[in-house]
Design a protein around this ligand. Structure first.
Ligand SMILES: Nc1nc2c(ncn2[C@@H]2O[C@H](COP(=O)(O)OP(=O)(O)OP(=O)(O)O)[C@@H](O)[C@H]2O)c(=O)[nH]1
Ligand SMILES: [Zn+2]
Length: 332
């Protein structure tokens, strides 16, 4: 597969996937992307076709990878039987409702995660930090999107607070209803790029999706009018085409995602604390009243802030799967 087909590129085919395909597989298989997952069948698109096929990989154990929306899959050229799932760039998953031991896959191969918040009283740095931790865990590039700029006199105050969370964090402020304003997000929504959105209820995710899609096909209004709760529900797991040539993954589970075992993500978002804490006198320092605490010292010198320290501690405490990661070194 030396020159990936243009059609595949439109679907999001990248070097990362092409490199995984052996010469023999290239002769015997088609790479296809899972566009939608239905009960008992998946909708896949390849270089010159789109069709429903069986989701079952012959000989796969229940614990093996099975295809989810966004996945790249190799299928037999003649039978369209799925052969294997290509290694993902990112995977959103959650504990299965009703069975915490099981994991449920939500979406694969998302390039960019739009973390959506609004420029009003709902804005919360702590919440943004939680979503950033999640993005790190999943392996997607996070972009903070601040909506409702038209409802505030000074969106820059919100943007500055978001940018202060970590160096280099991309923050874009938009009026979600205005296509010209939402065009700021075009860089991440171009040909073959896959995006997903996260954010709390009412921040403007559906509005943004509609503007990005250039249509009103995820109609907030109709659903709202019917159930009156203001809740918007998407019922199928599928990829949606964006105006700019990209893809949007907006599956039901996506919006309900919670932080679960975000240990790795927390240490990346708070790596400045982790680095300083390595200089605490005691390896199990709780950064409270211990003598020789480097974290307290850095806060005293104004190098670290109390606000972030509190958020770090809070997030770490919530991570009940692996509470020990608040300590910065493994116990000897
Ligand atoms: N003025 C203004 N209103 C907006 C903007 N974005 C969204 N809204 C409005 O805010 C309300 C909530 O927007 P939605 O797009 O439904 O929010 P959501 O995040 O999808 O909410 P859930 O479906 O509950 O998750 C709607 O009345 C939108 O019209 C914006 O940028 N400016
Ligand atoms: Zn300490």
């Amino acid at each position: 597969m030396d020159s990936p087909d243009k059609t595949l590129e439109v679907l999001g085919w990248k070097v990362h996937f092409r490199e995984q395909v052996t010469d023999e597989e290239a002769r015997q298989c088609h790479p296809v992307r899972v566009m939608a997952v239905h009960r008992g069948k998946i909708d896949v698109a390849g270089a010159e076709f789109q069709r429903f096929i069986s989701p079952y990989i012959l000989g796969a154990a229940p614990s093996d990878d099975h295809p989810t929306v966004g996945d790249w899959l190799l299928v037999d050229r003649d039978t369209f039987q799925p052969i294997r799932v290509l290694r993902r760039t990112s995977l959103f998953k959650r504990r299965a409702p009703g069975d915490p031991r099981k994991e449920q896959m939500i979406a694969a191969n998302v390039d960019t995660l739009f973390i959506v918040a609004s420029c009003n009283q709902d804005f919360s740095v702590a919440r943004l930090e939680r979503y950033l931790v999640l993005a790190r865990e999943v392996g997607v590039n996070p972009v903070v999107v601040l909506t409702k700029t038209d409802l505030t006199d000074d969106p820059e105050i919100f943007a500055a607070a978001a940018r202060a969370i970590e160096p280099g964090l991309r923050v874009e402020a938009v009026n979600g209803r205005d296509p010209d304003s939402v065009a700021r997000l075009a860089a991440w929504c171009g040909k073959g790029e896959t995006v997903a959105l996260l954010g709390s209820s009412g921040v403007g995710k559906s509005t943004l999706v509609n503007t990005l899609r250039g249509s009103d096909s995820i109609a907030t209004q109709a659903i709202r009018a019917r159930d009156g709760t203001g809740r918007h529900t998407t019922t199928v797991r599928e990829m949606h085409r964006l105006d700019g040539g990209g893809w949007l993954l907006d599956t039901p589970g996506m919006r309900e995602l919670q932080l679960s075992d975000a240990a790795t993500g927390i240490s990346e978002v708070f790596d400045d604390f982790i680095v300083v804490a390595q200089h605490c006198r005691f390896s199990d320092c709780a950064h409270g009243v211990e003598p020789g605490c480097a974290v307290r010292a850095a806060i005293g010198e104004g190098k670290l802030t109390t606000e972030r320290f509190d958020r770090w501690r809070k997030l770490a405490a919530e991570d009940n799967v692996n509470p020990s990661h608040f300590k910065t070194r493994a116990p000897n």
